[in-house]
Design a protein around this ligand. Structure first.
Ligand code: SF4
Ligand code: SF4
Length: 420
């Protein structure tokens, strides 16, 4: 089986195909700390792509409440459990060389879903399972249900303890990660699932698919879904007409997807990152906001990197949640990411203002420095805040966003009081 480089794991791993990388990769950063679970993203996707007969159960974008919620129910616990069965106690990271020699987060010493399947000697390319029909029927089950809530002995009244809450839940926003080593692509015996070379979006060729559901079974994130009325599988298409600029609304410029662009919580920022054709890693591009957030500020982390698909969705982890839980979900970069978000360096605070500043995909940003507006002590350490302005540019170098750290304060003239 070919070996490919997985930079998120800090090592090579086995995959069905030889390495082949897109020119640019569809990627996104979600700031979990800001999500309101309004499901506007979910409905924007549904009303665009999955409103037809046979798609009733399909939510290509969903927002679930962790730790108990999941769509399909228990998807992540099931995969973690399968990995554990294949390699008991072995899912560990060695962080002693983190940040050196290609070990960005450290080195994952456990098994990926591909390696676990190989070790078990089965027919699957990746370990997985087919959810039962009822597991797809309640996409928002356990909404707002907290762990460690009232009634837990010794914990009542201490739920708000800092820095990690004893009583906690958080919202996890999910869509297809358009992975660099997609399990859905590896799983398909018909080679009906493919990754586009221009933007890394993963699609199912509807004319080749015969509905074997191997992608549904082996995608660890459970994002391909079977449609009984057509007897083929479907998945998130990354709103490719918007991303490639062929949707008339885009006027030819790469535009963010429907779910990204509607978010009232301003938690979402999408991008297209340049990929090194030899290693599959991101090319050094420090003025790209996604590159800055993931590779420089290290504030956003991949979802379950240990699965091995090298997902391209990144998350700023929630500050209040027990670190062990978050490390299982986002890998060993959690403490650093939370520290960076809690006490953001000057540049990070400016770049965070780009979230939802425009629907056009931002390829480059600049910062115009402003005055210091605040001194504070955060976590016992001094911190300064500056009213900088961040300017975002589209693929053609045109300015498409211009946002300052402080919101402008506009006083309504007396003569307009009580009027709109
Ligand atoms: S639209 Fe934004 S804030 Fe609302 S649920 Fe989706 S990600 Fe969260
Ligand atoms: S999240 Fe699943 S469906 Fe999407 S590319 Fe990765 S393996 Fe395929």
């Amino acid at each position: 089986m070919p070996e490919v480089n997985n930079w998120q794991l800090g090592r090579n791993m086995a995959y069905r195909f030889d390495a082949a990388y897109p020119e640019r990769q569809f990627a996104f950063v979600f700031n979990i700390n800001r999500c309101l679970a309004c499901q506007t993203c979910t409905m924007a996707c549904k009303s665009t792509w999955t409103f037809s007969e046979g798609q009733e159960h399909m939510w290509w974008n969903n927002v679930e409440t962790k730790p108990y919620g999941g769509y399909p129910q228990g998807w992540d616990v099931r995969i973690l459990d399968l990995l554990e069965q294949a390699n008991p106690g072995g899912q560990t990271w060695d962080t002693s060389n983190a940040g050196t020699d290609g070990e960005f987060y450290g080195r994952y010493d456990g098994m990926t879903i591909f390696e676990a399947a190989k070790a078990q000697g089965g027919q699957q390319e990746a370990i997985g399972y087919l959810p039962a029909d009822e597991e797809w029927t309640a996409p928002n089950i356990y909404e707002d249900t907290a762990r460690g809530s009232k009634g837990v002995p010794g914990r009542y009244g201490a739920g708000e303890a800092l820095p990690e809450h004893n009583t906690w839940f958080f919202y996890l926003q999910r869509l297809c990660n358009h992975c660099s080593y997609p399990a859905c692509v590896a799983a398909c015996p018909r080679n009906a699932v493919y990754k586009r070379p221009e933007d890394g979006i993963v699609l199912i060729d509807q004319s080749r698919c015969r509905g074997y559901r191997k992608c549904v079974e082996q995608c660890p994130y459970k994002k391909p879904m079977y449609r009984a009325t057509t007897r083929v599988s479907e998945k998130c298409v990354g709103c490719y007409p918007r991303v490639e600029g062929s949707d008339p609304l885009t006027e030819g410029l790469p535009m963010e997807t429907r779910c990204m662009s509607v978010c009232p919580g301003k938690i979402r920022l999408q991008g297209l990152v340049e990929i090194d054709p030899k290693t599959g890693d991101w090319k050094h591009d420090p003025q790209n906001p996604l590159y800055y957030l993931v590779k420089q500020a290290r504030v956003a982390l991949p979802l379950y990197p240990q699965f091995g698909t090298q997902p391209n969705g990144y998350y700023i982890p929630p500050r209040w949640v027990p670190r062990e839980y978050l490390e299982q979900m986002f890998g060993p970069g959690v403490n650093g990411a939370i520290d960076a978000y809690t006490r953001p360096p000057r540049e990070l605070l400016a770049v965070l203002q780009l979230f939802r500043a425009t629907q056009t995909i931002i390829f480059r940003y600049e910062i115009r420095e402003g005055p210091k507006v605040r001194d504070a002590v955060i976590g016992g350490q001094p911190w300064e805040m500056f009213d900088d302005t961040v300017i975002g540019y589209d693929s053609q170098g045109n300015e498409v966003a211009n946002v300052s750290v402080l919101e402008p304060f506009i006083e309504r003239p007396r003569k307009y009081l009580n009027s709109l």
